[in-house]
Design a binder for this molecule. Structure first.
Ligand code: IPE
Ligand code: IPE
Ligand code: MG
Length: 245
């Protein structure tokens, strides 16, 4: 399993699973063909993260902006989501994976919402990896929700404006209670964050992989983790300060 230092495994890895459509088109197939094969990559990465003791894995599955894609693709993605949750549930139970969803659940078709809620309930007692699916999620949407929640607390006299801190903001995000990602991976070759976890990524190490998502496997994840372990995270300090510890 490469040269991963087990005493320095990242607690939280976030992934922008990109490149499904291009992967399919390159083979003369429809874009959905790529989405379907993306499920195999998801399975491999969940296993790979669990095997080395990662605590949180956040997967960007569908953005707020993805609603603007052709209806047929959106419908196919929603159906695939329901199918994947049903098919993978036994595996999630076996691997002790706990499911959590971030995003605008209310915007999802009824079938998706109930499928997800069922899986969240069923896996809630699992003690292994926490799998966070970002569905109908965008960071700007999340920030608007956060501002509304905090404003309401201020209006209701539950919260004093002068007591608002960075922690108050984190606690009112959909990722409340989850440590900020140590690693962000974007597959598919694009170098942008596409409205993903803007607040939470403040000190995250970024990795852009040319691999298209359907081809990504746990070995690719481990290679990135190994690379991450050779980076120096300074959090604003000097290299000398960080080395001293
Ligand atoms: C990522 O792959 C999956 C979703 C955004 C739902 P894409 O569908 O964006 O694939 P490309 O980037 O067009 O190749
Ligand atoms: C980002 O991919 C969203 C997900 C992977 C779910 P997109 O393919 O939607 O991003 P852009 O449009 O290329 O920035
Ligand atoms: Mg894309």
């Amino acid at each position: 399993m490469l040269d991963i230092d087990r005493s320095n495994v990242p607690a939280h890895i976030a992934i922008i699973m990109d490149g499904n459509g291009r992967w399919a088109k390159k083979q003369g197939q429809e874009r959905v063909f790529g989405h379907r094969h993306g499920v195999e990559a998801v399975r491999s990465v969940i296993e790979g993260a669990g095997e080395i003791g990662v605590k949180y894995l956040t997967l960007y599955a569908f953005s707020t902006e993805n609603w603007n894609r052709p209806k047929a693709e959106v419908d196919a993605l929603m159906n695939l989501l329901v199918q994947a949750i049903n098919n993978e549930l036994d595996g999630l139970m076996k691997n002790q994976v706990r499911l959590r969803v971030i995003g605008d659940m209310g915007s999802l078709p009824e079938k998706c919402r109930t499928g997800l809620q069922y899986a969240i309930g069923k896996t809630s007692g699992n003690k292994g990896l926490c799998l966070v699916l970002a569905i109908s999620y965008s960071s700007k949407w999340e920030c608007v929700e956060m501002v509304k929640k905090i404003s309401k607390s201020v209006k209701d006299n539950v919260l004093d404006i002068d007591k608002i801190t960075a922690e108050t903001i984190s606690d009112n995000m959909s990722t409340a209670g989850i440590p900020d990602p140590d690693i962000l991976i974007r597959t598919g070759g694009e170098c942008r964050v596409s409205n993903f976890l803007l607040w939470q990524l403040a000190y995250t190490e970024l990795f852009f992989s040319p691999i298209m998502w359907p081809d990504f496997r746990k070995q690719d994840l481990w290679e990135i983790i190994s690379n991450f372990q050779n980076r120096e995270r300074r959090f604003g300090k000097t290299g000398e300060q960080v080395k001293k510890k």
